[in-house]
Structures are given as structure tokens and as C-alpha cells.
Design a binder for this molecule. Structure first.
Ligand code: BG6
Length: 490
């Protein structure tokens, strides 16, 4: 059959990502018969486990995630465990024998996915050892999947990239940005390039501005140690937000191939107007949440969270104005905002079109609302087009109306989770929805001056937004200066 046959080796198999996303995704692919019986999963971690106890653990995590009892014993029998020490070469040799044995047993033609679902400090060592100990030399293909953070800035990202490139070529490296696996993020390109009515308007002659909001209600939870050294700029903007900007702004690719799409995205990132140190305040706003209420429940401020410095200068909110200095977008601001402990969990894109040349309805006191195209990424998935129409019965009065398409309202349609799609893409060797090194590098180049300024200047007003709000006032002023405002996200 054409179903992918491979062994998935998960480093960090006892961690949070494997538990919440990877195991359930593999299970769904199996259930949907996208993978056949010719697969194996090897969990690798420091913790001692037998194959048996690991299988029980996997079973429990899948049952927890799917809220169903897992009856499929055959599925679970494909899981194996290898207790592991990152730096011990014997450990790699044992892993190698296990992989060879499983490939024989399941008739897998030497195809291996090495998925690093763990802290990035070991990415370099693991890749180097995989190569040195011969685990990457097979008759099939080998691929490396890595999670963010991909470096802390351009320099550290470069170093990390050089390390993994010693063992894997760019084509073998699959850098995860899970936003690229979201159904409606993938839909951006289709909405743009498969419709005659949008693309002709998709430029600075007809678009006034584009707004991207990705808000969360969660705080830092148990990730304080990581987050306090990262902040929202690195955690969300450098990757997810800039990826959405690239998809919204890119030129139509020549073809829908991985290389063609990626090279158009890179051009957008390279066209981002660089922000120098002394311009940061003009273009970007940072925020940190204080105490407040989320759905009626009182929550603590960021500085009171576990593993967070009580005087922390880390931002949990970012709003920014991005300019893309190319022919299509000159003069059109792209506003982005993202933060933790905001009013609701929502990711939305609003494309605001320019006003009609004159308002014929003005004498009757009617406001003409600008046309908006809203792309709902999550939790609801769909698009809404805001238009003006005649108020029925009343001559020459206008009223705003909405054309709605809901992608997940149809009963029974349960759009697959991002990780499920990305894992499947990786098995099939489709890297389109993974980030190329050039994209990572340009994103860091853009973000670095901003984080440098923020690290070196204490935010005296922190905390500057209440948990449960839409962020600091300055984020609203950022748009008001330009004569715009944030469109409500609900
Ligand atoms: C992750 C960030 O990449 O994305 C998290 O590290 C954030 O801090 C998450 O919560 C948001 O993803 P989603 O899919 O819930 O919007």
C-alpha cells in the first residue's frame, strides 16, 4: 500500500508534548487507517520503563486525551521503550539494535523519524550522536523533527542550526510550528488564491490594515521556568504570528510546491521593515498581567506564578505594528497582538478594506462600515465577510450584514488537530508546513532588536494589564495613532 511505513523515535517520550499531542495523534492516524500495521513507536527518555509499563502509560494518556477506553491492544503493541542517556554512546548502539529488530519485525524499510520532544539544549548532542553511531545510515529515509524554541535569538539559532546540520541536511529537518498545522491557517492560502474576488483587492490600494490577534486565557501554568526566560515575543511572535503574517502577505507561489511556497514566505519576512533600537517604542508595546478575573474566577498576577522572578521584566503580552516594504504592501500596517490571561482564547485575522470613495448615505446620518474579512482560526473555524446592505423597509438606510461560513459547525466534522496533520506530513515527506531555516533566521533578525531593548530597559509600569482584559492601553493607542482601532474578536 501507499501508506507510510516508518519508525517514530520520540525523545522525551515521558514529557508533556508526547502525552498531550503525539500519542493521541498517532492513535488518530491509526484509527483513520492513514498508517498501516507497518509502524513502530519507540519512546526514549531517562526515566526507567519496560515496554510493558510504557504501553500502559501510553494507553492511559490516550484514554485521557480521547476520553474513551482504548480497546485496541494491537495498536498499543507497536509501542516500545528505550531508557536513555543522551551522552552515552552505548545507549545509541542499543537503540540502533532495537530499531533494526523492529524494522525487520514490522517490515519497515529503514524509515526513521527522530522526534525531539524535549528541551533544546540536547538537540545538538543527540543529532551528532545519531549520526556518529550510525543510526542515520539506513536503506530508507531518516528525518529529524524539532520543536521550538529554535534558539533564543539569531546567534543561538545559527549555532543550533549548524549543530544539527552536521548530521541532517535541510531537507531532512522538519521544524515544527504547530500553527502551520491548523486547518484555518492552511486555509489562508486557499481563500486568497482560489477566489477571484479577493486577490485583486489584496494590496495597498484596497486594504487599510490587517489585524492578527491570538489571545489566551491561560497564564504560564507550570512553564514559568521556560517562559520567564522567553516571554511572548519569542514564544509567539517570532514563530506563530510572523508565520501568519507571511501567509497573508506572500505573493502567489508559482506552484504549490514546498520550495515555491517557502520562498514566497521568506520574501515577506525579508521585506519586513527592520525596527532599530530607538524605534521600538514607536512600533511595539509590551505588557505583563497582574491579578484579575478569568470567567469570574480570581487569578494571580504573573510575578506571583511558580518559577517566575517576583520582579520579572518578562512580557506576557505583545502588540506590534509591522510594515512590509514591498510594492504590494507599502503603507499598509499589519497589527499583531498576543498575550496570556486575556479575555478569551481566540485567534482571528481581520482584513479591513479601505472606505468607499464617498459616503452617499451620509446626509441621512448613516455610517458606512468598512468591509471586513474575518478569518477565524480558533476556537471557531470559518470566515465572515462584513458588508453593508439596505435596511429593509426604510429607504436609503444602511445596515451592516455578515456573510458567514463556519468550517466546524457541520455535524460530525471534527477537524484533525495540528499535530496529527504535521506528523502525517512528516511521514510522507511533505515539509511545506514546517519552517525552513531561512524563515527562522529572518524572523529572528526582525525580533532581535526588540527583545534587546526590552531586556535592557526595565518596564517600570509592569504589571500593566489586568488578567482577563485585552492588554494594556498602549496597545489601543498604537492603532489610534494611525486612525484605526482593534476590531472586537468576539
Ligand atoms: C505555544 C506556546 O507555541 O503555543 C504557548 O509555547 C502557547 O505558550 C501555545 O500557549 C498556543 O497554541 P494554541 O494552539 O493553543 O493557540
Amino acid at each position: 500500500s501507499m501508506k507510510p511505513k516508518s519508525t517514530i523515535v520520540i525523545f522525551g517520550a515521558t514529557g508533556d508534548l508526547a502525552k498531550r499531542k503525539l500519542f493521541p495523534s498517532i492513535y488518530k492516524l491509526y484509527q483513520k487507517q492513514k498508517i498501516s500495521e507497518e509502524f513502530a513507536v519507540v519512546g526514549v527518555a531517562r526515566r526507567p520503563h519496560t515496554h510493558e509499563s510504557f504501553r500502559n502509560y501510553v494507553k492511559e494518556t490516550i484514554e485521557e486525551a480521547t476520553k474513551q477506553e482504548l480497546i485496541d491492544e494491537t495498536f498499543i503493541s507497536h509501542f516500545y521503550y528505550h531508557p536513555f542517556d543522551v551522552t552515552n554512546t552505548d545507549s545509541y548502539q542499543q537503540l540502533k539494535s532495537l530499531l533494526e529488530q523492529l524494522e525487520e519485525q514490522y517490515n519497515i524499510p529503514g524509515n526513521r523519524i527522530f522526534y525531539l520532544a524535549m528541551a533544546p539544549e540536547f538537540f545538538g548532542t543527540i543529532s551528532a550522536n545519531l549520526k556518529a553511531e550510525g543510526l542515520t545510515a539506513t536503506n530508507g529515509w531518516t528525518r529529524l523533527v524539532i520543536e521550538k524554541p529554535f534558539g533564543h535569538n539569531l546567534q543561538t539559532a545559527q549555532k543550533l542550526n549548524e549543530e544539527i546540520r552536521q548530521a541532517f541536511s535541510e531537507k531532512q529537518i522538519f521544524r515544527i510550528d504547530h500553527y502551520l498545522g491548523k486547518e484555518m491557517v492552511q486555509n489562508i492560502e486557499v481563500i486568497r488564491f482560489a477566489n477571484a474576488i479577493f486577490e485583486p483587492l489584496w494590496n495597498n490600494r484596497f486594504i487599510a490594515n490587517i489585524q492578527i490577534t491570538s489571545s489566551e486565557t491561560l497564564g504560564v501554568e507550570d512553564r514559568g521556568r521556560y517562559y520567564d526566560h522567553s516571554g511572548a515575543l519569542r514564544d509567539m511572535v517570532q514563530n506563530h504570528m510572523l508565520q501568519m503574517v507571511a501567509l497573508l502577505a506572500m505573493e502567489p507561489p508559482i506552484k504549490l510546491t514546498t520550495d515555491d511556497i517557502r520562498s514566497e514566505k521568506v520574501k515577506v519576512l525579508r521585506a519586513l521593515r527592520p525596527i532599530s533600537h530607538d524605534e521600538v517604542d514607536q512600533y511595539f508595546v509590551r505588557g505583563q498581567y497582574g491579578r484579575g478575573f478569568i470567567r469570574g474566577k480570581e487569578v494571580v498576577g504573573y510575578r506571583e506564578e511558580n518559577n517566575v522572578d517576583p520582579n520579572s521584566n518578562t512580557e506576557t503580552f505583545v502588540a506590534g505594528k509591522l510594515m512590509i516594504d514591498n510594492f504590494r504592501w507599502a503603507g499598509v500596517p499589519f497589527y499583531i497582538r498576543t498575550g496570556k490571561r486575556m479575555t478569551e482564547k481566540s485567534t482571528k485575522i481581520v482584513v479591513q478594506f479601505k472606505d468607499v470613495p464617498m459616503n452617499l448615505y451620509y446626509p441621512t446620518g448613516e455610517t458606512i462600515h468598512p468591509n471586513l474579512l474575518v478569518i477565524h482560526i480558533q476556537p471557531d473555524e470559518g470566515i465572515t465577510l462584513h458588508l453593508n446592505a439596505k435596511k429593509s423597509g426604510e429607504s436609503m438606510k444602511t445596515t451592516p450584514i455578515k456573510l458567514d461560513y463556519c468550517n466546524n459547525c457541520i455535524d460530525g466534522i471534527n477537524t484533525p488537530e495540528a499535530y496529527e496533520k504535521l506528523l502525517y506530513d512528516c511521514m510522507r515527506g511533505d515539509a511545506t508546513n514546517f519552517t525552513h531555516w531561512d524563515e527562522v533566521a529572518s524572523s529572528w533578525s526582525f525580533v532581535d532588536p526588540i527583545s534587546e531593548v526590552w531586556e535592557n530597559t526595565k518596564a517600570v509600569d509592569f504589571p500593566n494589564y489586568e488578567a482577563g482584559s485585552m492588554g494594556p492601553k498602549a496597545a489601543d493607542q498604537l492603532l489610534e495613532k494611525d486612525g484605526f482601532h482593534w476590531w472586537p474578536i468576539s
